[in-house]
Design a protein around this ligand. Sequence first.
Ligand code: HPA
Length: 233
Amino acid sequence: MTPHIEALKEDIAKTVIMPGDPLRAKFIAETYLDNYKLVNKVRNIYAYTGFYKNKKVTIMASGMGMPSMGIYSYELFKFYEVDNIIRVGSCGAYTSDLKLYDVILVDKAYSDSSYAFVQNNQKESEITSSTYLNQKIKTVVQAKNVDIKTGTIYSSDVFYKEKENYVELHEKHHCLGVEMESFALFHNAKILNKQASCLLTVSDNLVTKEETTSLERQTAFTKMIEIALESIL
Ligand code: HPA
């Protein structure tokens, strides 16, 4: 047990699939897992552990933003001895080439967040994801013959920006889009010698202003979820 997770250590699998939203964690468990049980409900951050094609896996929410992702991923890696975390989230796209529901494999997170500096004085603004997990994900993508993009994502501390700077983030830092958690997840994985990666589905486009509804965001991300689950087998 930790300050934020009540699950017994043996009730958390070595691999965790991590959506931001607790209701999406519930949806994934109910839709894809056999013999699953709810192992955490502290602060409604649901975690379900069960079996996907006989492989034990935990689906646990991260909450929104780097402080929340930072807490849960740290506790899972450090105190529950989790080896792998794959975030499955949504993002806003920074280019009109990206359509709603396109899937992005994040190979690098760029951020102006102070998370890494506050955590261990690290000044880098870019952190890579796990090449080990990314390779597994790419193998599944090839076998399924689905199309995904790979690239850098901007991890933002702010959803509502008074001055939107996505053109600069796209042109100068090559960010395909924006979310709010990957940088903290990848940082924690690096300092604790663990593996972390991230798949994102485009839920809105800052250039074309297209967007999905909150109900669609909760359930319509099956392509990404199936890639993540297949990659852990
Ligand atoms: N901004 C930040 N995070 C997001 C967005 C966005 O537009 N869309 C999905 N996650």
